[in-house]
Ligand binder design. Structure first.
Ligand code: GRF
Length: 208
């Protein structure tokens, strides 16, 4: 059974999609063992509590020295027993020591088709604002492994979503979540939990 620790910062709809997919059997061989937030106010923590999952909160503000935060986060993740860390709307930049401790064992959901609209500064609504400003007709979401860069790791799954005339960033964000994020993030966990994913030279292949 794959032990999954989910890191969150906000509303936690992606966390909910994971919990629902495990509950209804869409995701097999996986359990969420811990939810870690960098904000005490994240509604995702309520979702975790409702599902009976232990939670923890850790913020950079608690640690005067950035390295102390990095080490404390690593200790928390190791102590959770995670085989897989899922960044589900997590705004923490993952420290290198954590990336090194969990090689190809951290995945992130990004609300665009990488390599478009990604990298430093592209998070939350900003991604959709930029997609609309550029006038793209198709956007989507990407699940990728986390390496030392920002949104640069091997791409695991992507799903396209249509941009419609008159979309606002909020409307587009919602459509990308409903049609893409909530589908491909649980699917990625299921593939990893069932040993269907291989990473070779920075690219991912999925076994039948
Ligand atoms: C999602 O759009 C996710 O892709 C992005 O932040 C949003 C978080 O949503 N990184 P939620 O907290 O899962 O509801």
């Amino acid at each position: 059974m794959l032990k999954v620790t989910v890191m969150v910062s906000g509303g936690g709809t992606n966390l909910q999609a994971i919990l629902d997919a495990i509950a209804d059997g869409t995701v097999t061989n996986a359990e969420v063992v811990r939810v870690i937030s960098n904000s005490t106010k994240a509604y995702a923590l309520e979702r975790a509590k409702k599902a009976g999952i232990p939670t923890a909160c850790i913020t950079r503000k608690q640690y005067p020295d950035p390295e102390q935060f990095d080490e404390a986060l690593l200790a928390l993740l190791e102590e959770s027993g995670a085989n897989l860390i899922v960044l589900a709307g997590c705004l923490v930049v993952i420290p290198q020591c954590v990336v090194d401790a969990f090689p190809n064992r951290i995945i992130n959901i990004h609300p665009a088709l990488i390599p478009s609209f990604c990298g430093t500064g592209y998070y939350g609504l900003k991604v959709h604002e930029q997609a609309l400003a550029r006038g793209v007709k198709v956007t989507g979401a990407t699940v990728h492994f986390v390496d030392g860069g920002t949104d640069t790791g091997p791409i695991l799954l992507q799903k396209a979503v249509e941009v419609k005339q008159g979309d606002t960033p909020q409307i587009l964000q919602r459509r990308v979540m409903e049609q893409a994020e909530w589908v491909i993030l649980p699917k990625a966990i299921d593939l990893i939990a069932n040993d269907k994913v291989r990473v070779t030279d920075g690219t991912v292949s999925i076994l039948d």
